[in-house]
Design a protein around this ligand. Structure first.
Ligand code: GTP
Ligand code: MG
Length: 483
C-alpha cells in the first residue's frame, strides 16, 4: 500500500518480458531530470526534445548494452502526467532483464503491478472508470469486450455516471425546495417536483443496474461445461471440439476423474471448454470429489452441455440447472432411434443434437439436429447436417454457433464489467429502492431528505471520487507489471 503515495522513479517492461520478440518497450516514469540518466546513454540527453524519437546506445559502466530508440514525454503531457522515458529495446528477455537491472542499480526501482496507471489516476490524467476500461481492454477475450474497454477508456461510462450524479443533485435540490420554499411554490407542486426528480434518477439508475445482471465471469471467462454420466461420450466430444486428443477416451466407466480444461475459439471469442468426471454412484473418495466438482462447474457454467448416451439409461437424474443444449451420442448405433424416443418429452423445448462415431475407423460422424429421426427441439433448430448432405462440413459447427449466439446475446446490452462499479451500482440501487418506499408513503420530509443524503457517498464512490485505499489496492493488483 505504501506505493500508493510513492513518487519514486519507477521502471517496467510494458510489453511483456518473457518472450523473444523483435522489440520490447521499457518505460521509466517519475524521473526528475532526463539528464540525470546521461551516464547510461550515448545520446546527449540535453538535446532530446519531447515526443521525438532518437537512436542511442545504452551503457553499463561504459560497456555497450543495447542500441535503443528513446522517446521522452515531459509531464504533465504524458500518459500518467509524470516525466516518462520510453525505450524501444531489442526484445530478448535476457536483454530486458539486463537493462532493468542497470536502471535499478542507479536507484530506479521496479514498478508494482498497475503502478504506472495508478499515477495517471493520481495525477487526474484518467478517471477510475477509465482505468477500469483499460483493464477490461487489456484482459478482453473477444472483440466485443475490447470495444467496450476502449469506449470506457475514452470516458464513456464516466459520462453516464456524471449524468447520474447530475440527476442525483437535481433530486437533492428538489427536496431543498420542498423544505425551504414550499410555502411560496405550494406544497403539492413541490412534492410533484420531488417525485419527478426521483423518477428521473431512479429510471436512469435502473438502466445501469440492468447492465450489471450478467455474471461477469460469463463474459470475461466464458466456460462451456460438459456434464453427463460415465461413458456418455463427453471426452470424445471434448476432443472433437478441440480437434486434439487432449482428454483420455476409453470404454472404462469413470475414465475422467478430474476435470480437464482447454481454450477454443468460436467466431473470434475465446471460450474455456471443460470436460468433467462422469456422474455415477461411487465409493471412491477421489471419484466422489471429482463428481462434486463436475456438478459445481456445470452449475456455474456460462454454457451447459448435457451429454447423454440414450442406449445406456432411460432418463437422466433431475439437474439443478437446465442445460443449454443436450447432445445424444451413439447416433451411429442401429438402436438409437428407438432409445431416443424415451427422451422426446423430457427435452421437448431444448436444442438437441445427435452425434456418433461412425465407420470402421471410428471416424466422428455428424453432429446436428434431427437428421436421423426428426426434431426433438424446436423446429427452427433443425436441418440436416451430415455427410449425406454433401460438401465439406464442420461436424461441430452447429454447437459452436449456439455457444457463440448465447454469448452475443449477453454482450448485446453493453454490460458493465468492472467489479467495483457493479457492486457500487447494486448497492446504490438497493438503497434507492428503499428510498422509493419512503417517498411513496410521503413520510416526514426531514426523513426523506436525510435518506436522500445517504445516497451521496454511493454516487461519489461510483464516480471514483471517494475510493478507499484497499479498493484501490485491489484494482491495481489485478494489473500486470508495466501497465
Ligand atoms: N459408437 C459410439 N461410441 C462412442 C460414441 N461416443 C463415445 N463413444 C465411445 O464410448 C466410450 C466412452 O467415451 P468417453 O468419451 O471416454 O466417455 P466419457 O463420457 O468421457 O466417460 P467418463 O470419462 O467415464 O465419464 C469410448 O470407448 C468411446 O469411443 C458414439 O457416439 N458412438
Ligand atoms: Mg471422460
Amino acid at each position: 500500500m505504501e506505493w500508493l503515495v510513492s513518487k519514486d522513479p519507477i521502471i517496467a517492461c510494458s510489453s511483456g518480458a518473457n518472450q523473444n520478440t523483435a522489440i520490447s518497450v521499457i518505460r521509466i516514469s517519475g524521473i526528475a531530470k532526463l539528464s540525470d540518466l546521461q551516464e547510461n546513454f550515448s545520446k546527449d540527453l540535453n538535446k532530446v526534445e519531447p515526443r521525438k524519437a532518437y537512436l542511442s546506445k545504452i551503457f553499463s559502466n561504459g560497456r555497450n548494452l543495447d542500441e535503443v530508440l528513446l522517446t521522452y514525454f515531459k509531464g504533465p503531457n504524458s500518459f500518467n502526467g509524470e516525466n516518462i522515458l520510453e525505450l524501444s529495446v531489442h526484445g530478448n528477455p535476457l536483454n530486458i532483464k539486463n537493462i532493468l537491472e542497470l536502471f535499478n542499480s542507479v536507484g530506479i526501482r521496479n514498478a508494482n503491478p498497475g503502478e504506472m496507471t495508478y499515477r495517471a489516476l493520481r495525477n487526474n490524467k484518467l478517471t477510475m472508470s477509465q482505468v477500469e476500461g483499460l483493464d477490461t481492454l487489456l484482459n478482453a477475450n473477444s472483440t466485443e469486450i475490447i470495444e467496450q474497454g476502449l469506449n470506457n477508456l475514452g470516458g464513456a461510462l464516466q459520462k453516464e455516471y456524471l449524468k447520474l450524479r447530475d440527476l442525483y443533485l437535481h433530486l437533492r435540490g428538489s427536496v431543498e425546495i420542498l423544505i425551504d420554499f414550499s410555502e411560496d411554490v405550494g406544497e403539492e407542486d413541490s412534492f410533484k417536483n420531488l417525485k419527478e426528480s426521483f423518477d428521473n434518477f431512479f429510471n436512469f439508475l435502473r438502466k445501469l443496474e440492468l447492465r450489471t445482471q450478467t455474471p461477469r465471469n460469463h463474459l470475461l471467462k466464458p466456460k462451456v461445461v460438459f456434464l453427463g454420466k460415465t461413458n456418455a461420450g463427453k471426452s470424445t466430444l471434448f476432443n472433437k471440439l478441440l480437434n486434439n486428443d487432449r482428454a483420455i477416451v476409453s470404454d472404462t466407466h469413470g475414465t475422467t476423474r478430474d476435470y480437464v480444461t482447454e481454450y477454443f475459439n468460436a467466431s473470434g471469442v475465446e471460450f474455456q471448454l471443460v470436460d468433467t468426471a462422469g456422474l455415477r454412484k461411487s465409493e471412491d473418495q477421489i471419484e466422489i470429489q471429482g463428481i462434486k466438482l463436475s456438478k459445481e462447474l456445470y452449475k456455474e457454467a456460462f454454457f451447459k452441455v448435457l451429454v447423454i448416451n440414450p442406449l445406456m439409461e432411460v432418463v437422466f437424474d433431475s439437474l439443478e440447472s437446465e442445460p443449454d443444449v443436450v447432445i445424444f451420442t451413439h447416433s451411429d448405433d442401429s438402436r438409437f432411434d428407438e432409445f431416443l424416443s424415451n427422451y422426446k418429452d423430457l427435452y421437448k423445448e431444448k436444442p438437441c443434437f445427435y452425434s456418433g462415431s461412425i465407420g470402421p475407423d471410428g471416424a466422428f460422424g455428424p453432429i446436428g439436429p434431427g437428421f436421423k429421426i426428426g426434431p426433438i427441439g424446436p423446429s427452427s433448430k433443425n436441418g440436416p447436417i451430415g455427410p449425406k448432405s454433401g460438401g465439406p462440413i464442420e461436424p461441430l459447427g452447429p454447437l459452436k454457433n449456439l455457444i457463440f449466439s448465447k454469448y452475443s446475446k449477453l454482450t448485446k446490452n453493453n454490460p458493465i464489467l468492472p467489479e467495483r462499479q457493479r457492486s457500487n451500482i447494486k448497492e446504490l440501487y438497493e438503497k434507492t429502492e428503499l428510498l422509493a418506499q419512503v417517498i411513496e408513503t410521503q413520510s416526514d420530509i426531514g426523513v426523506v431528505s436525510s435518506e436522500i443524503n445517504t445516497l451521496d457517498s454511493s454516487v461519489n464512490a461510483l464516480l471514483g471520487i471517494t475510493t478507499p485505499d484497499d479498493v484501490l489496492n485491489n484494482i491495481f493488483s489485478n494489473f500486470c507489471i508495466g501497465k
